[in-house]
Ligand binder design. Sequence first.
Ligand SMILES: Nc1ncnc2c1ncn2[C@@H]1O[C@H](COP(=O)(O)OP(=O)(O)OP(=O)(O)O)[C@@H](O)[C@H]1O
Ligand SMILES: Nc1nc2c(ncn2[C@@H]2O[C@H](COP(=O)(O)O)[C@@H](O)[C@H]2O)c(=O)[nH]1
Length: 302
Amino acid sequence: MAENRSVPEVDRAAAARRAVERRRARASLKRDLTMRVVSPQKVLDHATADAESVEGSMRITDFLLALPAIGAGKRDRILSELQISPVKRLGGLGVRQRAVLRGWLDSRFPVLEPRGGRSRLLVLAGPTAVGKGTVAAHIREHNPEIHLSVSATTRAPRPGEIDGVHYYFVDDAEFDRLIADGELLEYAVVHNKSRYGTPRAPIDAALSEGKTVLLEIDLQGARQVRRAEPAATLIFLLPPTWDELVQRLVGRGTENAEERARRLKTAKVELAAQNEFDHLIVNEDVATAAAEVVELSLGSAR
Ligand SMILES: Nc1ncnc2c1ncn2[C@@H]1O[C@H](COP(=O)(O)OP(=O)(O)OP(=O)(O)O)[C@@H](O)[C@H]1O
Ligand SMILES: Nc1nc2c(ncn2[C@@H]2O[C@H](COP(=O)(O)O)[C@@H](O)[C@H]2O)c(=O)[nH]1
């Protein structure tokens, strides 16, 4: 018990606890970098602003290894090219080192200028359980002027899901017919399992009535829409952290462990494609994220 221990002992125990917490926070940051939930530039900016922060205490070697397609060999070559010692922590970099690292990051991971805001066709995509459905439902409730597309799917309804409201639940034969008759704007097998597609007619009708249309679909579908309608506004919803994403998926409780693993595998691929989108929105709070989507829809209302 703490009362029976000497002061230095208590201090040592507290310091050990803090060290464990810091190690955990750094591991979590490393995961978020690997999953592209945070941009490397942002991590470097944090480290520069506060050397004592989790970002600041991250080793340059761990930072580089967390970046896509950087292994130990490449990491060492980059460090030698940038003349940065491998023992450095991000917060301990000198002005010159920070500048060359920032330049290297900008050339390797360009921050794309948003291209969107050009059409009333909005696509909301993002990894599983990030909250696309929740944000879309919030918009349906608070912004009835926005037409929310109802997809067709071959997946079975979840408890509480209503045919024609959440999805059109169809069998494989009907999905084949929709494709054959050209009735889908886009379609895809999602999570290597069920088929999902966007019925074209209701969208054309809503657009011709001057309405804004929102599709909540996966990455493959978003890419198809981009090809078919280059002016569409593509929005990618991000989780605050990878751990939060996993918690949301588990907390939703609608998939078994095998299905969750399948979805998280797809999520990694989707997160890595976020730069293809016109806008990134972090879904920390549903109402705020929904308001940001609506704001973008106003910007593109023409
Ligand atoms: N901002 C938020 N904060 C906390 N929990 C959230 C937030 N947004 C959504 N959730 C919760 O996360 C879970 C997943 O949300 P949702 O089903 O909307 O995700 P999704 O992106 O549509 O997933 P999928 O692609 O798998 O269909 C739900 O339990 C939802 O209540
Ligand atoms: N390409 C399309 N993807 C769609 C469509 N409708 C939904 N989705 C995506 O599927 C997954 C899984 O959804 P769930 O309801 O089974 O959890 C999710 O990423 C949706 O965005 C669609 O019409 N086309």
